[in-house]
Every structure is written in structure tokens, then in C-alpha cells.
Design a protein around this ligand. Structure first.
Ligand code: GCO
Length: 436
């Protein structure tokens, strides 16, 4: 890869921290309390206990040779009620974490919001409330003022497709609601306004900041390497999805990078859109330094192919998604690409030799990273890659039944064991992907 390419690994506060008694309640705390909601009946109260084991985790990152670590801030740990009084203990936790990362030569990339919305704000209407962008802006102000001396790299929102779509439209994630489009599209708009106002705070409080956001979506890959099939796939990637308006890359990314909602969203769903002013779009389209994107799979790749290669989570293994996704995104938004998440769940176990052998993950990463490298050789400017994820953790509605980490975590004891893939990844980082 190019000199200075960022090789990282990622996590998220609710999925790893635990420390539930030392923060305010969030939406996932309440969601997990409902019987039968989480597949194994678990929650993030303790998780990987990263809240207490962060020093050990930094030593593991140092051992792997990570250049960067992407993690998220628990909003309700810093501001327990989401707005108002700030928790010094919460801020101090993140300040010591960021200082130690910098001291270890690992660049912190901080996600402001990765789904763990303060429950007190949810009770006040959450993203529906017209004050929600201001709440988020004030939170961003507090965090960037305190951490800005250690943190230059910021990601505002992780996957609005999920925290709005899965959470409030499909009802598969917290809070498990199926609200009408005139609510969910208003929530999506307020989330985008929150993004823009947070970017303005980042620019105000952090000199030389590098900022973006981390949407997701499945990548339609051409069925043949012909101009017609490539154009078809490109058009599909950015086209409105009739059955799930939010699972459309352009729904959130066109307002952010281009300052307007896609025409096909307006023509198909305009009647549900909230009132939008040009001033709103000016707030949303704050200049960003990179195009972040979480990419795991091609859209229903090999959907009907019997015996297709799948992960433990039954996701298709489709490395070409990490060629076409970056290529299409770079062409449309003309920003350096950062894959803010990519990885897979494997049925990882501790073998008799006490190690965790995960050849499937090594093979998957080899294929996906080779495709990503090829996208760079074919013209896309690639800035970085974050492996999802550092340690096995709480996989939302799937509880602890899925293991995505390059580091094994025994959820009973908290013991960490580096998997074979973390040693493989170390070599990739050392030679900057030369052997991919
Ligand atoms: C996401 C989230 C992560 C998940 C990971 C595996 O992309 O869904 O950002 O928190 O754990 O993707 O599903």
C-alpha cells in the first residue's frame, strides 16, 4: 500500500467496555433487559471488561504492531443523561486511554456515536426531537475539547443505516421499533444534522483534525467485467432500495458529500421527507477528509449458488466487494477511502495447544485485502483499513455467539488470546501489504 497507509483494528464502546455501573444508561442496556430479545440472553454490562483491561489491550495492540485503533465513546459515560452534567470520571477514562495509545505509538481514531444512545435522551424523543442535533453537538464539544490534544482523527456516526434503519424501521436492533417513514426519515435527517454540527465542533476544537463518518451497505458487484455490467452494479450501489430506503449508500452519503438527498429518494419517498432547508444541507455537507465505509459483503453475493462460501454468521464471503466498493465510492465522492470496518465471524475455539487457530479468517483477510489493494492500483486513493474487530465482543442481537476478533476473548474470564490471524496481520502491517 502507499506510504503512511493506516493499518488498524476497531471496536465499539457498548460491545467491549462493560463498566455499566460507572456510566449513564443507554438504549442497548434497556433493550437487552427484555427477555428473548438477545439470542443468548446476554448484554454489555461486563462484555470484554475493556473499561478495566484497557492497558492489557494496548499491550496486545502494540504486540500486533497496529498503527491505529478505532474505538467509540460511550455518550452516557461522558454525559450520563446525554445532556447537562458531565462525568469527570467518564472523560478521565477516555483521556487516559487516548494518552496511553499515543504513548504506545498507536493513533486513536475516535467514533463519537456507535449506537449506545443515552436512554434519558431516548425518553425525550431521541433523534425525533428537534433538539437532538444540538444535544449531539454539545456532546461533541465536550469530548473534542478534552481529547483533542491526543485525538486528531474523528468519526461522527457509525452506520446510520443500522441505528436508524435496524433500530427504528426494521425493529431488529435497539429499541426494536417499526416506526413509519415520516418518523424514521425525520430521525435520519436529524442524525445527518448532528453529524454536520459535530464536524463543525471538531474543526473548531481540534487543530489539523481529520474527520469523517462510517456508513455501511452491501456492494453490488458486476456479474461480468464488461462496461455494461460494471455500470449496472455502480448504479445499483447508489440507487434507492424500495424495500429499505436506508440501506442505500447514497441516502446518507450524498447529503454528506454532495449536499443533497438522491433524486430517486425524493421521487420515491419525498412525501415522507421532513421539511428541509438549504441551510440544513449546508450544515450536513461539511467538508470531510476521507470517505469512511464499513464493507463486509457483496449484495446477496452468490445468493442462489449452492454451497457458497459463507462466514460463521452466514454472510457471503465476497472479496470483490472490497474492490468494487472502494472504486465506486472514490469515483462518486472523490475522497481518500478508509475501510472503517471489515472482517468476519468464525467459530473460533481455544485448541488443545492453548492457541486459537483461525485459518478461515486469514484466508478471508488475504482475499479481501488483496482486492482492496487492487482497487488502489486501479486508481482509488486508499488511506486506511480497520479490521473488525480487535477482540471478540458483544455482537448486538447475536450476543456473544459470534466471534469477529483477531484476539480471542473468554467472556467468562476476560482472558485474551491472540488468534493466528493477529500474527498474520502483524506481518501484513510490517510489510505494508507488499505480499498481498
Ligand atoms: C456493524 C457494527 C459492528 C458490528 C460488526 C459485525 O457494522 O454492524 O459497526 O458493531 O459488530 O459489523 O456485525
Amino acid at each position: 500500500m502507499r506510504d503512511g497507509f493506516v493499518w488498524g483494528a476497531a471496536s465499539a464502546s457498548y460491545q467491549i467496555e462493560g463498566g455499566v455501573d460507572e456510566r449513564g444508561l443507554n438504549l442497548w442496556d434497556m433493550y437487552c433487559r427484555q427477555p428473548g430479545i438477545i439470542i443468548d440472553g446476554t448484554n454489555g454490562d461486563v462484555a470484554c471488561d475493556a473499561y478495566h483491561r484497557w492497558k492489557e489491550d494496548i499491550e496486545i495492540m502494540r504486540g500486533i504492531g497496529l498503527k491505529a485503533y478505532r474505538f467509540s465513546i460511550s455518550w452516557a459515560r461522558v454525559i450520563p443523561d446525554g445532556t447537562g452534567a458531565v462525568s469527570e470520571k467518564g472523560l478521565a477514562y477516555y483521556e487516559q486511554l487516548c494518552e496511553a495509545l499515543v504513548d504506545a505509538g498507536i493513533t486513536p481514531w475516535v467514533t463519537l456515536f456507535h449506537w449506545d444512545y443515552p436512554y434519558e435522551l431516548y425518553r425525550r424523543g431521541g433523534w425525533l426531537n428537534p433538539d437532538s442535533p444540538k444535544w449531539f453537538e454539545d456532546y461533541a464539544d465536550v469530548v473534542t475539547k478534552r481529547l483533542g490534544k491526543y485525538v486528531k482523527h474523528w468519526i461522527t456516526l457509525n452506520e446510520p443505516q443500522c441505528f436508524i434503519g435496524l433500530g427504528f424501521a426494521q425493529g431488529e436492533h435497539a429499541p426494536g421499533l417499526k416506526l413509519p417513514l415520516w418518523d424514521t426519515m425525520l430521525m435520519a435527517h436529524n442524525a445527518l444534522l448532528s453529524h454536520g454540527r459535530a464536524i463543525m465542533k471538531i474543526r473548531e476544537n481540534v487543530p489539523n483534525s481529520v474527520a469523517g463518518f462510517a456508513p455501511t451497505g452491501d456492494v453490488p458487484c458486476p456479474k461480468a467485467n464488461t462496461p455494461e455490467e460494471i455500470e449496472k452494479a455502480r448504479a445499483e450501489y447508489f440507487a434507492v432500495k424500495e424495500d429499505n430506503v436506508f440501506w442505500d449508500v447514497a441516502y446518507f452519503s450524498d447529503p454528506v458529500y454532495l449536499g443533497k438527498y438522491p433524486d430517486d429518494v425524493i421521487s420515491n419517498f419525498g412525501q415522507f421527507m421532513p421539511k428541509i432547508s438549504s441551510a440544513d444541507m449546508d450544515v450536513i455537507k461539511q467538508p470531510l477528509d476521507f470517505c469512511g465505509q464499513n464493507i463486509y459483503r457483496g449484495v446477496d453475493a452468490y445468493a442462489n449458488k449452492p454451497g457458497k462460501a459463507i462466514t460463521a454468521a452466514k454472510w457471503p464471503i465476497s472479496p470483490e466487494a472490497l474492490y468494487w466498493g472502494p472504486k465506486f465510492l472514490y469515483e462518486r465522492y472523490k475522497k481518500p477511502i478508509v475501510i472503517t470496518e471489515n472482517g468476519l465471524s468464525c467459530a473460533d475455539v481455544v485448541s488443545l495447544d492453548g492457541k486459537v487457530h483461525d485459518p478461515n479468517r486469514i484466508d478471508y483477510l488475504n482475499r479481501y485485502l488483496s482486492a482492496y489493494k487492487r482497487a488502489g492500483q486501479d486508481g482509488a486513493e486508499l488511506l486506511g483499513y480497520f479490521q473488525w474487530c480487535l477482540t471478540d465482543n458483544f455482537e448486538w442481537a447475536k450476543g456473544y455467539t459470534e466471534r469477529f476478533g483477531i484476539v480471542y476473548c473468554d467472556i467468562e474470564t476476560g482472558e485474551r488470546i491472540r488468534k493466528d490471524s493477529s500474527y498474520w496481520y502483524s506481518e501484513v502491517i510490517k510489510n505494508n501489504g507488499a505480499d498481498l
